[in-house]
Design a protein around this ligand. Structure first.
Ligand SMILES: Cc1ncc(COP(=O)(O)O)c(C=O)c1O
Length: 350
């Protein structure tokens, strides 16, 4: 298919998808109202539908994953408290330090294996506030799937074990589930089981699910009420937001069913790459729609490989001189995947 409008196969991110005709139609026809006063029926329906999908009491529609994580952390902690994260977690690396500059939290990191922490690591970092030198641990933050680690997943059992350690120490647990549906599909697990151990979860409509805008926080009614107040405080109250909630509803209904193919496509590209000289892929990390690999060759580096792919109408970005991340999504078809593999063989083959 290639990305409509550009004619390119966009492997830069699953945030690059554009709304299709059905979504645009839904936007045009959405019944809307003032959401700041809770009067937008389309937003209300999306929040209810999302809470039900997650098995939580309530939901709050927000503009982005970053805002969802921020509000969930802010609502459930006190400034000065500590938050434990995996070192590669998105909130620590890519959310403009909102965790410290807005929530006032002190971040403590553990190095996970392919992004997955062990309960003992979390236990070792927990503080109960009884020591004058440290503040108490207010929160454990998890990420499923893990972006920087290459889309690796947390199992239900590991999520539960990590949450148990946090709870024993009196901390709350927030899950950055930007791609929680990918994590569920990859493991054949239910989303509800994956999020049951945590106090709050944030997931994105505008990543693998394919909507143009928006994310959802799901938690108890009281946490969501507090998030709603804080959303207003940072100017995130939207008015006739039904126009963006309408495509998000379609994404929630139809998106999860498409993810298995995205995972197959990522795996197909990974298998092509790993057979090429000077290319390394940790195949064990290729679990969902993200694919990290490195190119270490005399004749070509990562930036120039991305440039060469451009000649084949494939958009990709490098992380540094050797590393590249590809992301598959519903606007990268099986035929596109074959085209990408063909291009890689031509550029990197013997
Ligand atoms: C794991 C993860 N969490 C949160 C976010 C933030 O989402 P947004 O870009 O909508 O703020 C991203 C974005 O890529 C992500 O990958």
């Amino acid at each position: 298919m290639s990305t409509p409008g550009t004619g390119k196969i966009d492997l830069r991110s699953d945030t690059k998808t554009v709304p299709d005709e059905e979504m645009r139609q839904a936007m045009a026809e959405a019944v809307v109202g003032d959401d700041v006063s809770g009067e937008d029926p389309t937003v209300n329906a999306l929040e209810e539908q999302s809470a039900e999908a997650m098995g939580k009491e309530a939901g709050l529609f927000v503009v982005s994953g970053s805002m969802g994580n921020l509000l969930a952390m802010w609502a459930q902690t006190q400034p000065g408290e500590e938050i434990i994260v995996e070192r590669g977690n998105h909130i620590y690396n890519y959310e403009a330090s909102g965790v410290s500059q807005i929530c006032g939290l002190m971040v403590r990191c553990a190095d996970g294996e392919r992004g997955v922490m062990a309960p003992e690591q979390v236990k070792a970092l927990m503080h109960d506030g009884s020591n004058i030198h440290t503040r108490r641990t207010g929160m454990l933050e998890l990420e499923n799937s893990h972006n920087i680690a290459g889309g690796t997943v947390l199992s239900v059992e590991r999520t539960q074990a990590l949450a148990d350690v946090a709870r024993e120490g009196g901390a709350r647990v927030h899950l950055d589930g930007a791609r929680i549906f990918n994590a569920a599909v990859a493991q054949g697990a239910s989303v509800q089981d994956l999020v049951a151990p945590v106090d709050s979860v944030q997931f994105c409509f505008s990543k693998g699910l394919g909507a143009p805008v928006g994310s959802m926080i799901c938690s108890t009614q009281s946490v969501i009420d507090r998030c709603r107040e804080l959303r207003k405080a940072v100017g995130g109250g939207m008015r006739q937001a039904g126009v963006i909630a309408a495509p998000a509803r379609i994404a929630l209904e139809k998106g999860p069913g498409r993810l298995a193919q995205d995972h197959v496509n990522a795996r197909t590209i990974a298998e092509t790459l790993v057979a090429l000289p000077g290319v390394s892929v940790d195949m064990g990390s290729v679990q969902t729609n993200l694919l990290n690999f490195s190119v270490e060759r005399e004749d070509i580096d990562a930036p120039s490989l991305c440039e060469r792919l451009g000649e084949y109408d494939v958009l990709a970005i490098h992380k540094d001189d050797t590393r590249i991340r590809f992301v598959t999504h519903w606007q990268v078809t099986v035929e596109d995947t074959e085209q990408v593999c063909g291009a890689l063989r031509e550029i990197l083959g013997d």
